[in-house]
Write a protein that binds this ligand. Structure first.
Ligand SMILES: [Zn+2]
Length: 340
């Protein structure tokens, strides 16, 4: 156990929407592709089992761990870096090969130190795009620029195996199974850029999810979108080898997200997944806050915030495990299968 100063620094953001909008970072939309609902489903090179729709593919922790290692091996992946671009290429190819429809959502921010524009890109992976009632599964895929909580080397190398790659790895492994879910609800994976493009304590978090949420809210308001998200989950720091997923306090308190938390922890209890602990513990301002406060998407955060390697050089693959990824992936997959 260790104290979590991030709680103190990020807890202030209770009314996150106005704070994010007022952030001193200039967010400029680029003429990137719009997300269009109702598009033709991509030709889906699924496995026969997934294509049949009624064969329940499982979630392999071993494969998920291989994905985590592949992503972490790219090294630090802060927003705008070459490694982030390489990661994006890997993910686009991976999700397309599994039958997903991948769209980039580009925007720019103005770096607060240098004043230079930095190109950002969220990735949206649509499954069953013809389904108008949808669930969002999100994870940030950028890594913090520096391990600033490292007691020895706070300007050292930050790989972000848990804080960055773990959520991405769960989505990569979920791809094969999600494609085959036969229920009425469609699924979108959203990989958020710039969750923590943070160099100083004053820098804002959650830029990618904030941009995504504003675009979605505007589309809902204008009637341009042919779909709606009924709910969302954010997966962050889910790979800790010593995993305990407590209920995040915003998620279990907001009246529209509390039922999601109860469903998830109910699924975990039925499956005997002991890593889900049915008690609240930390309040975290993660990507679920702008999704709910700006986008009005009821979104719960799945996070194990008790991670001694958090924001240190020790956040590497050796601190993570496939068993932990499998615990989270199995619960999320079963929850998706039970959506009616
Ligand atoms: Zn972080």
């Amino acid at each position: 156990m260790h104290p979590h100063p991030r709680i103190a620094s990020r807890i202030q953001c209770r009314a996150c929407a106005p704070l994010l909008v007022a952030a001193a970072v200039c967010i400029l939309p680029l003429p990137g592709q719009r997300i269009v609902a109702g598009a033709e489903p991509a030709a889906a090179p699924l496995s026969q089992a997934a294509a049949d729709g009624d064969v329940a593919l499982g979630f392999s922790g071993e494969r998920a761990m291989a994905h985590l290692e592949q992503i972490a091996n790219l090294g630090p992946r802060p927003s705008g870096s070459d490694a982030m671009r390489r990661q994006r290429e890997i993910l686009v190819a991976h999700f397309r090969a599994a039958g997903g429809t991948v769209t980039g959502q580009t925007f720019q921010i103005r770096d607060r130190q240098t004043g230079k524009a930095v190109a950002m890109e969220n990735l949206v992976v649509e499954w069953h795009p013809q389904r108008t009632e949808r669930v969002l599964l999100g994870a940030h895929y950028d890594t913090r620029p520096f391990p600033d909580r490292d007691p020895v080397d706070p300007r050292g190398t930050f790989v972000g195996a848990n804080d960055g790659a773990s959520g991405v790895a769960v989505l990569m492994e979920l791809a094969a199974a999600v494609a085959g879910i036969a229920g009425p609800v469609g699924v979108d994976f959203v990989l958020f850029d710039a969750e923590e493009y943070v160099f100083t304590p004053r820098d804002p978090y959650c830029l990618g999810s904030g941009f995504f949420a504003r675009q979605y809210a505007a589309g809902q308001k204008s009637g341009a979108l042919a779909y709606r998200y009924r709910s969302g989950l954010v997966l962050d720091m889910v790979g800790d080898a010593d995993l305990q997923i407590h209920q995040e306090i915003h998620s279990v308190t907001w009246p529209d997200t509390r039922p999601i938390v109860e469903e998830l922890w109910g699924v975990a209890a039925r499956l005997g997944v002991r890593q889900f602990v049915a008690r609240p513990k930390f309040e975290v301002d993660d990507d679920h806050v702008p999704l709910r406060m700006i986008g009005r998407i009821p979104t719960a955060d799945i996070i194990d915030f008790d991670y001694p390697a958090w924001h240190t050089t020790r956040d590497t693959a050796t601190a993570c495990s496939g068993e932990s990824l499998e615990a989270v992936g199995s619960v999320v997959l079963q929850w998706l299968r039970e959506q009616r």
